[in-house]
Ligand binder design. Structure first.
Ligand SMILES: NC(=O)c1ccc[n+]([C@@H]2O[C@H](COP(=O)([O-])OP(=O)(O)OC[C@H]3O[C@@H](n4cnc5c(N)ncnc54)[C@H](OP(=O)(O)O)[C@@H]3O)[C@@H](O)[C@H]2O)c1
Length: 248
C-alpha cells in the first residue's frame, strides 16, 4: 500500500517514517512537509530507503500539480502537521489556527479529489490530535483552553468532511497524551513531565506504541472513529508483540 505522512519531519513523523518503510505491508511512503523528509539512519535493511519519496511544499492551501501527482493513488494518509501546544505561544494565534485547521481541511479537500490507490475503497485518513482537546465548543478547558477548543474543532471538521465525502474519505481521530520517546530524555525531564501531566490530567504514552498503532490502523483498517490514549496504547502494544512473534 501507499502511505502519505504529512508532517514527516517532526518528532512523531520521523519515527513513523522509519517504521513505515520497514513494514512489509507498505510499498511506498510519501513524506510531505515544508522541508525534506530525512531518510532514517541505521535502517536494518538499507534498501527500504527506496520506498521513501520526499515532497516539499511551500503552500499548504494550494498544492502544485507536481505535489498532487506525487500524492495520487495513495491508500492512507497520516496527518501530523500542526503547531504543538508548547510551540503555539511563540507565534500569532491566527497563524497557529491556519496551520492546524486550514491546512488540514485544504489537505483533505485536495486528497479527496485525487485518484486513490484502490478506487473501490475510501482513502484512510488518520488525524493525530491530543488527549485534552475539546469538541464541545461551549466547554473551555482550564489549561490551554483556546488551543484545546481549536484542535477539538478541527476534529469535528475532519469527521464531518469524511461523512460528507461520498465515500472518498474515511477517518480516524487519534488522541494521544504526552508522547515520550523511551530512547531520549532523562530521569529529571521524565520526573518533571510526570508531575506536570498529573497536574493537568494528561496521560503519557510511548512513541513506539503511538507509531505502531498508527501503522496498524492505516494498514488494517479503523477499529473505531476516535481512539483515545488507552486505545492507542493497547493497539500499539499488541502490534509490537505481533511483530516480535513474527520474528521468532
Ligand atoms: N509530541 C507530543 O507529545 C504529542 C502529544 C499529543 C499529540 N501530539 C500531536 O501529534 C502531532 C505531531 O506532533 P509532533 O510532536 O511530531 O510535532 P512536531 O515535532 O512539532 O512536528 C509537527 C510537524 O508539523 C510541521 N509544521 C509545523 N508548522 C508548520 C508550517 N507552518 N508549515 C508546514 N509544516 C509545519 C513540522 O514541520 P517542521 O519540521 O518543518 O517544523 C513538523 O513536520 C501534532 O498534531 C501534535 O499536536 C503530539
Amino acid at each position: 500500500m501507499k502511505l502519505i505522512i504529512v508532517g514527516s519531519s517532526g518528532f512523531v513523523g520521523k519515527a513513523l517514517v522509519r517504521q513505515a518503510i520497514s513494514s512489509p505491508a507498505i510499498t511506498s511512503v510519501v513524506g510531505l512537509g515544508r522541508r525534506e523528509t530525512p531518510v532514517p539512519e541505521d535502517l536494518s535493511n538499507p534498501a527500504d530507503a527506496a520506498k521513501l519519496t520526499s515532497v516539499v511544499c511551500d503552500d499548504f492551501l494550494n498544492y502544485s500539480d507536481e505535489a498532487k501527482q506525487k500524492l495520487s493513488n495513495a491508500d492512507a494518509c497520516i496527518w501530523l502537521m500542526a503547531v504543538t501546544p508548547n510551540k503555539s505561544g511563540a507565534m500569532p494565534w491566527d497563524e497557529v489556527r491556519k496551520i492546524c485547521l486550514e491546512y488540514t481541511i485544504a489537505g483533505l479537500e485536495t486528497l479527496s479529489k485525487l485518484p486513490r490507490g484502490n478506487e473501490a475503497k475510501p482513502l484512510r485518513f488518520l488525524y493525530v490530535s491530543g488527549a485534552n482537546t475539546e469538541r464541545d465548543q461551549t466547554k473551555k478547558p482550564w489549561v490551554m483552553g483556546d488551543y484545546c477548543l481549536m484542535r477539538g474543532g478541527v476534529e469535528t471538521r475532519v469527521l464531518d468532511f469524511a461523512k460528507n465525502s461520498n465515500g472518498t474519505i474515511e477517518t480516524c481521530i487519534l488522541k494521544p497524551g504526552l508522547i515520550r520517546d523511551s530512547q531520549q530524555g532523562n530521569m529529571f525531564i521524565n520526573a518533571f513531565q510526570n508531575i506536570a501531566t498529573t497536574f493537568i490530567s494528561l496521560p503519557i504514552i510511548y512513541l513506539d506504541e503511538v507509531v505502531a498503532a498508527l501503522l496498524n490502523q492505516a494498514t488494517k483498517g479503523f477499529e473505531k472513529e476516535t481512539l483515545e490514549n488507552a486505545d492507542i496504547a493497547r493497539i500499539g502494544k499488541e502490534e509490537l508483540v505481533e511483530r516480535e512473534e513474527a520474528l521468532e
